[in-house]
Each structure stands twice: as structure tokens, then as C-alpha cells.
Design a binder for this molecule. Structure first.
Ligand code: NAD
Ligand code: 89Y
Length: 338
């Protein structure tokens, strides 16, 4: 399978590492409008065919898929160009800047009859996946409460400077993953209320968000995110989870410890730490491993004809939660989801 990478920035380096580890897949061409990043990535991964313009690359190359690793503003035109070129596509999160763009992207790829997956990788992190699979397997019976928590003071701005200057920060960048985990664990939401704050005076957007969700299945959950939290141990980039159900309680604790307590049974404690891949660097190794897992899932879906769990269509629901959270925080009201 031949793929091309568009966007050779900070996070794409992980995607390139992961592609190298996936059997039967090769990234044969790469594109970036920044010549330095393009040349560095080409040299690092030994890619000979390089382009400054994605359209020129799609016209010249014989490809099966594109991996879109640019920031969000370029996602819609690039996904549409992939569809027009008859290619499958993976697109980084946040999928789109607006719901209208996201729907147009899904429609474009449907019209082209090609697979569109959003690189929504947090639900594929080994510890998070272990918790989701336990819940889906009935570990706590019928869930009635959940808490999905990401609180950190890690400096994410040095690697991703746009996070400090974009008008939207934590919900669009990080909360989107935690909302997606809440969906994967407890199902879609019907109503949401959010409040936000900016604690760090050096950034433009919000760095704290607390979101209350009503899920269609009857559970209530809290998604709380912060990049203003000073505490030890620093848990970046761990999502901590608690779910209470009719038959027990599940916790994903700091240090990748999954604890399941069921009525009348001894507490079950599992070490669900992610593996440290040879190319990974702690503490990012949890995220880096999930990149390899989600890209393998994409390839498996293409080979087997399946629909990715985080397809473009599926991700419309996650993006709707992001939009509703900003709308709720701005209006100070609870928002019903379509
Ligand atoms: P970045 O700014 O470091 O890199 C983006 C690159 O894309 C830049 O080199 C830029 O020149 C290039 N680019 C932009 N538009 C282009 C176009 N039209 N044609 C060619 N090149 C273009 O950004 P980043 O930090 O690597 O983030 C990229 C995306 O990855 C973002 O959407 C971000 O939210 C996401 N991300 C995801 C995770 C995750 O865990 N899933 C983690 C970090 C970042
Ligand atoms: O961009 C973000 C993401 O998707 O995961 C962590 C991150 O790099 C910083 O919040």
C-alpha cells in the first residue's frame, strides 16, 4: 500500500515512525509548504519524492491513501482533494473548523467511495482501550456515572506554538480527545453544559474546561481538562477515568493502573501501561503507541473492507460536542445535541 504524508510538522514525525513499523505500507511521497520541514523529514525517513504543493503531489504520484497531518485550517481542502484523486484518507484531529466543513468532508469522501478516518487516537491508547473494553464487556454493569479527567501543567506550547495563539485552546485541542473517550465509553451524549477559564495569561484561548454530559444510555459524565494544573506526580498525557455502574466501579488511575471492583468479588488491579516503542520518548510514549495502533487499524480496515471506528462520520459526533461545549460556555447555558 502506498501512502503520502501531507504536513511534516511536530506530530507527523510520530506518524512517519509508525508507518515504518506497519507491514506492507510505504510512505512514498511527502508534502509540506515549509521547505525546511519538508527536507528534514525527507532526510530523516529516506523519502525521495517531495512536494511543496499537495495538488501537484496528488496529480503526479500513484497512491492508495493520504495521511493529512496539517493543522486544522487545511483539512477540508486536502480531504476534498484526496477524494477527487480517488484516494483513501486519514485526517488529523480536530477534523474541521466547523460542523459544515466536517459534513462536507464526509460527503466528499462518500461520493468518492473512499474511506475517511479521523486520527482520533486517544481512545486507542493501551490503558484507555483496556478501560473501554472492560466497560463494553459489562465490567460494572449498567454505567450511571463517569469522570474522564486530563489535568496537567506540561509545556505543550514549545512543541506546538499555535496552541498559545489560537483563539480556541484546550477543548478544541485536547478536550476533543477526552470527549471522544467519553463517547467511546458511555455512548453519545444528548445534552451538555460547559464552563471554561484561562489561567495562563500568556495564551489566547481557554486552558481549563469542565463539561457535564448526559448520555443517551442514561449515564451522566464529567469531562474535565486543564493545562494549568500544578501537581505532582505530573500525569501528562494520561487520561484518568472513573465509571460507576449498577454492578461495580472501574478506575483508570495515575500510573496506568486499572482497578475494577465488582459486587462480592475481590478488587482486580491490572497494569495497563503502554509499551515503550523503540522510537518513542516518555512521557509521549502513551500517545506514540496509540498512533501506531490507529494507523494499523486504518490499514486493517482498508484491507478487510471495514469501517474505521473513528471514521469521519463517527467523528461528526465528537466534533459536535466540541462545538456545543464552546457554545455552552459562551452562553452560560445547557445545550441539547442533535
Ligand atoms: P505543525 O504546525 O507542527 O505542523 C503542520 C505542518 O503542516 C507544518 O509544517 C505546515 O507547514 C504544514 N502545512 C499546513 N498546511 C499545509 C498545506 N496546505 N500543504 C502542505 N503543508 C501544509 O502542527 P502539529 O503540531 O504537527 O499538528 C498537526 C495536527 O496534528 C494538528 O491538527 C494537531 O491538532 C494534531 N495533533 C494531534 C495529536 C494527537 O495525539 N492526535 C498530537 C499533536 C498534534
Ligand atoms: O495537540 C494535542 C493532542 O492532540 O494531544 C496532546 C497535544 O499534543 C497537546 O495538547
Amino acid at each position: 500500500m502506498k501512502g503520502a504524508l501531507i504536513g511534516c510538522g511536530f506530530f507527523a514525525q510520530n506518524q512517519m515512525q509508525a508507518w515504518q513499523a506497519i507491514d506492507g505500507v510505504r510512505i512514498t511521497a511527502i508534502c509540506d509548504r515549509d521547505p525546511v520541514r519538508l527536507a528534514d523529514t525527507a532526510a530523516r525517513f529516506g523519502v525521495a519524492r517531495t512536494y511543496a504543493d499537495a495538488g501537484a503531489m496528488l496529480a503526479a504520484e500513484d497512491l492508495d491513501f493520504v495521511d493529512i497531518a496539517t493543522t486544522v485550517a487545511a483539512h477540508r481542502p486536502l480531504v476534498e482533494a484526496a477524494g477527487q484523486a480517488g484516494l483513501h484518507a486519514i485526517c488529523q484531529k480536530p477534523f474541521a473548523e466547523t460542523m459544515a466543513d466536517a459534513r462536507a468532508m464526509v460527503e466528499a469522501m462518500d461520493r468518492a467511495g473512499r474511506t475517511l478516518m479521523v486520527h482520533e487516537n486517544f481512545r486507542w491508547q493501551a490503558p484507555v482501550r483496556a478501560a473501554i473494553l472492560a466497560l463494553r464487556g459489562g465490567a460494572v454493569g449498567r454505567p450511571f456515572f463517569g469522570r474522564f479527567s486530563f489535568r496537567s501543567g506540561h509545556d505543550v506550547f514549545s512543541g506546538q506554538p499555535y496552541l498559545a495563539t489560537d483563539p480556541r485552546f484546550i477543548i478544541q485541542d485536547l478536550g476533543i480527545h477526552i470527549l471522544d473517550i467519553a463517547r467511546a465509553a458511555l455512548g453519545d451524549a444528548t445534552r451538555l453544559a460547559a464552563s471554561t477559564a484561562r489561567i495562563n495569561p500568556a495564551i489566547r484561548g481557554e486552558d481549563v474546561a469542565t463539561i457535564l454530559l448526559d448520555h443517551a444510555g442514561g449515564a451522566t459524565s464529567v469531562v474535565d481538562c486543564s493545562y494549568a494544573t500544578r501537581r505532582q506526580p505530573e500525569t501528562f498525557p494520561q487520561t484518568l477515568i472513573e465509571v460507576e455502574g449498577s454492578a461495580g466501579t472501574l478506575r483508570l488511575d495515575a500510573g496506568y493502573r486499572l482497578v475494577i471492583q465488582r459486587d462480592g468479588a475481590a478488587e482486580e488491579i491490572r497494569d495497563v501501561a503502554p509499551p515503550l516503542l523503540p522510537w518513542a520518548t516518555p512521557p509521549w510514549h502513551n500517545i506514540q503507541h496509540s498512533v501506531q495502533v490507529i494507523q494499523q487499524h486504518f490499514v486493517d480496515c482498508l484491507r478487510g473492507g471495514g469501517t474505521p471506528e473513528t471514521s469521519g462520520q463517527d467523528n461528526l459526533q465528537t466534533l459536535a460536542l466540541v462545538e456545543a461545549a464552546y457554545a455552552s460556555a459562551a452562553a452560560g447555558s445547557r445545550i441539547a445535541l442533535p
